[in-house]
Design a protein around this ligand. Structure first.
Ligand code: NAP
Length: 249
């Protein structure tokens, strides 16, 4: 077990990539804080982890609100006594062509995808710096690297997450804290299922054609990389952005 006894917080983990990461962490022996805005689904993940013999607690909180983000990290300390791993996974899209994009679409995406990372990381680091140990993983996106039509807000937020990761890795190296980003391509989740058919029909066959084994990514493809980055196998890796795209980009 590569995460035996470690305490991990995964934001936005009631479904999709976050859920897959929590289950993979639990299988490796970690204790989990499940966070989401959906109580019922978050509790279902707790039950799933318990059925694997693991320990987990659910915290319903919005990462974009400082006090709520702090509540997520506090839950790790209260229930398990510390925090070893933070995965900043919560993310949303509000896609629109730029000329039609509203200020509200822009602000909402920035608040969850970028400010949420700021709040959760700040709250977690308070404890990690003290112990001179911590693994922080951000989930960015190829939209922030190579761009995507209709995603100026999302792409800007994810490029911001990459910049955040690179800069913070430089600051945290002396404290023994690793911070890396996983940069997924197209992963089959409810987030990507929400893309309008008209857009998907042009995009997906192309991505599938280029990708390894001609398939889209699965949440588990991201989760295996998260396990590696959360484990001590990656202790000399920091400030990296690891693409999980199957070669499609
Ligand atoms: P998903 O299926 O939509 O899951 C995201 C979860 O986060 C949802 O349960 C969501 O709740 C929750 N959430 C949303 N806002 C939140 C907030 N303010 N505080 C706490 N939780 C919140 O998405 P996914 O595809 O698994 O994506 C996970 C991460 O990977 C995101 O950061 C995403 O940008 C990134 N990513 C995904 C892909 C992909 O192809 N799927 C590619 C690149 C990067 P709601 O149901 O209310 O939204």
């Amino acid at each position: 077990m590569r995460l035996n006894g470690k305490v991990a917080v995964v934001t936005g983990s009631a479904r999709g990539i976050g859920r897959a990461i929590t289950l993979a962490f639990a299988r490796e022996g970690a204790n989990l804080v499940i966070n989401d805005v959906h109580a019922e689904k978050a509790n279902d993940v707790v039950k799933e982890i318990e059925s694997l013999g693991g320990k987990a607690v659910a915290v319903v909180a919005d990462v974009s609100v400082r006090e709520e983000a702090e509540k997520i990290i506090d839950a790790a300390i209260d229930r398990f006594g510390r925090i070893d791993i933070l995965v900043n996974n919560a993310g949303i899209t509000r896609d629109a062509l730029f000329l039609k994009m509203t200020e509200e679409d822009w602000d909402k995406v920035m608040a969850v995808n970028l400010k949420g990372v700021f709040h959760c990381t700040k709250a977690a680091l308070k404890h990690m710096v003290e112990r001179k140990y911590g693994k922080i993983i951000t989930i960015s996106s190829m939209a922030g690297v190579s761009g995507n039509v209709g995603q100026t807000n999302y792409g800007a937020s994810k490029a911001g997450v990459i910049g955040f990761t690179l800069c913070l890795a430089r600051e945290m190296a002396k404290h023994g804290i690793n911070i890396n980003s996983i940069c997924p391509g197209f992963i089959d989740t409810e987030l990507t299922r929400a893309i309008p058919e008209k857009v998907k029909s042009t995009m997906i066959p192309f991505l599938q054609y280029r990708a390894i084994n001609h398939r889209l990514g699965k949440p588990e493809d991201v989760a295996t990389v998260a396990v590696f980055l959360a484990s001590d196998e990656s202790s000399y890796i920091t400030g990296e952005v690891i693409k999980v795209t199957g070669g499609a980009f």
